[in-house]
Design a protein around this ligand. Structure first.
Ligand SMILES: [Zn+2]
Length: 253
């Protein structure tokens, strides 16, 4: 504890009211907040999550590991391309590469044989992916399963779709969640800094049907905090809007 804080505590204990005259600290930040509550209720151990800094990374910069991309929050600029590294022949954003290698190696050690099916997708490639879904099932259904160009996490390079040759019938299907690989990812991926981004029961928040195969790298710190807090989506954790496309953009054009 710094001498300045000790002095402040002494002032509070003495009932002094000169608190607001305390000068800013040397780093220019504002005066310390009142500490009476903290002083009277000492905690022997830090409370998990209490020190988590939700502003440590940007949620809007597409090169940030915490960026939130959804139907309400497209990638800006729309032609963004991340710095790329290769993992097993697939392009991923540099920060996600090492952790993804680790996750795949751990899955291999469990005999799960996970394979990457899709990783970084450029704006133009996403355009063609979405168009193919629209041609196959129409606009409304396509938007439930595929992002419009500029709205896909895959364009950040932080998202990967995984499949397992052991259960090919469940590739890109909800039943992937009940395969050994799907269960392992749901249980263990946070240890490597990933989250299952579109979980069952979150469609109204994320705007997408459950995708137990779609992992999003957010870093070990945030993944552990989400695991601890139980928040099922990035939108809820950061209080960022999600759901469907804005009404002006929706519609059967
Ligand atoms: Zn995906």
């Amino acid at each position: 504890m710094g001498t300045k804080l000790l002095a402040a505590l002494a002032l509070v204990a003495a009932g002094a009211v000169a608190w607001y005259a305390a000068p800013p600290s040397s780093d220019g930040s504002a005066a310390l907040p009142p500490v009476a509550t903290r002083a009277s209720e000492p905690r022997a151990h830090p409370v998990p999550g209490q020190g988590f800094d939700r502003a440590a990374h940007s949620t809007t910069d597409p090169s940030s590991i915490w960026v939130i991309v959804n139907k309400s929050h497209p990638i800006e600029p729309s032609d963004f391309r991340p710095a790329i590294a290769l993992v097993r022949g697939y392009q991923v954003a540099v920060p996600a590469a090492g952790p993804l290698e680790d996750l795949l190696a751990a899955a291999d050690a469990e005999g799960l044989g996970l394979k990457i099916a899709s990783a970084f997708r450029s704006y133009d490639y996403q355009l063609s992916v979405h168009a193919a879904h629209v041609a196959e099932r129409g606009h409304v259904a396509a938007d439930q399963v595929s992002a419009r160009a500029g709205h896909s996490e895959h364009q950040t390079g932080l998202a990967v779709d995984l499949v397992t040759p052991a259960d090919p019938g469940c590739d890109f299907d909800a039943c992937f969640a009940d395969t050994p690989a799907g269960r392992w990812l749901a249980r263990e991926s946070w240890r490597f800094g990933f989250v299952v981004r579109y979980r069952a029961g979150t469609t109204a928040v994320t705007g997408y049907s459950p995708e137990p195969w779609h992992l999003r790298f957010v870093g070990r710190e945030l993944a552990a905090e989400l695991h601890r807090s139980g928040d099922p989506t990035l939108e809820e954790f950061f209080d960022v809007s999600g759901g469907d496309y804005p009404a002006a953009e929706a519609g059967d054009d």
